[in-house]
Design a protein around this ligand. Structure first.
Ligand SMILES: Nc1ncnc2c1ncn2[C@@H]1O[C@H](COP(=O)(O)OP(=O)(O)O)[C@@H](O)[C@H]1O
Ligand SMILES: [Mg+2]
Length: 225
C-alpha cells in the first residue's frame, strides 16, 4: 500500500512542488496521476521512489516509512518497485536480453533462473523475437516495452511509470497502457503519470488530478468534476 499523509515538498530553491497531499493507493489498484506540466507529478513519483524526501508529512510505501528510511535500506527498497521512465533509460551497448537480464544479475538471481525468466518476460511484452537486438534498432514503442520487461522481471509489487508514453507514437501508447493493464490484472499495483487525457479516458481507472501541488480531484469519473 502507498500512503501520503499531509505531504509537502519544498525544493532547496524555495519552489513548493507539493502542498499538504494526503492519499492512499491500495494493493492491486491502477491509478493514473494527471495534471499540467509543473503540477508536481514527477515530485510525487520521486517521493515514492525515495529519490526526494518530503519536507513535511509522511510517505509510506509497502510498509516502509520513507521519511526516516536509512540510506543503506534504499537500494533494496527500490528493487522492490518496477520503474519506467519517459526516456526508457536502456543501456545502449547491451542487447534487449542483457538489458532485462541485468536487472536480475544485480540481485544475485542464479543464471539458471535468468535463462528461464528473461525469455518468459520478453514473450509477455511481445518481444520474444527481439532478444538479440540492440536498443537503437528498436522503435520507441519497442524500447519502452523492453523497459517495461526490465521493470517486471523482478516481480515487483508495484509498477511506477512517469510519462511512459511521452516519447512514443499515440497508437503505440495505447499498447503500453494496455500491457500495464494486463499486468495489473495479475495483481500488480500500477501508478502511471501522464498528461494524455485521451489515453486516460480509454481506461476505466482511478484518476488523481494534481494542479499546483495539490490534489484537485480523485476518482473514476474524473471528467465530470
Ligand atoms: N530539483 C528541483 N529543484 C527545484 N525545483 C524543482 C525541482 N524539481 C522540480 N521542481 C519544480 O517543482 C515543480 C513541480 O515539478 P514536477 O514535479 O517536475 O512537475 P510535473 O512532473 O508535474 O511537470 C515545478 O515548479 C518544477 O519547476
Ligand atoms: Mg514530470
Amino acid at each position: 500500500m502507498i500512503e501520503f499523509s499531509n505531504v509537502s515538498k519544498v525544493y532547496k530553491n524555495g519552489t513548493a512542488a507539493l502542498n499538504d497531499v494526503s492519499l492512499k493507493i491500495d494493493d492491486g489498484e491502477f491509478v493514473f496521476v494527471v495534471g499540467p506540466s509543473g503540477a508536481g507529478k514527477s515530485t510525487f513519483i520521486k517521493l515514492l521512489l525515495r529519490e526526494e524526501i518530503s519536507t513535511s508529512g509522511i510517505v509510506e510505501v509497502n510498509g516502509h516509512n520513507l521519511t526516516n528510511m536509512k540510506r543503506r535500506q534504499i537500494p533494496k527498497f527500490r528493487r522492490s518497485l518496477g520503474v519506467v521512465f519517459q526516456d526508457f533509460r536502456l543501456i545502449p551497448n547491451m542487447s534487449v536480453y542483457d538489458n532485462v537480464a541485468f536487472a536480475l544479475r544485480v540481485t544475485n538471481v542464479s543464471s539458471k533462473d535468468i535463462r528461464r525468466r528473461v525469455p518468459y518476460i520478453l514473450g509477455l511484452v511481445g518481444l520474444a523475437g527481439k532478444a538479440r537486438s540492440m536498443p537503437e534498432q528498436l522503435s520507441g514503442g519497442e524500447q519502452q516495452r523492453v523497459a517495461l520487461a526490465r521493470a517486471l522481471v523482478n516481480n515487483p509489487q508495484v509498477i511506477i511509470a512517469d510519462e511512459p508514453t511521452g516519447n512514443i507514437d499515440p497508437e503505440l501508447s495505447y499498447e503500453i497502457v494496455d500491457l500495464l493493464n494486463e499486468i495489473n490484472k495479475c495483481g500488480t499495483t500500477v501508478v502511471m503519470v501522464t498528461h494524455e487525457h485521451d489515453l486516460v479516458s480509454q481506461f476505466n481507472h482511478r484518476v488523481i488530478s494534481i494542479a499546483e501541488g495539490s490534489v484537485v480531484s480523485d476518482g473514476v469519473d474524473w471528467r465530470s468534476r
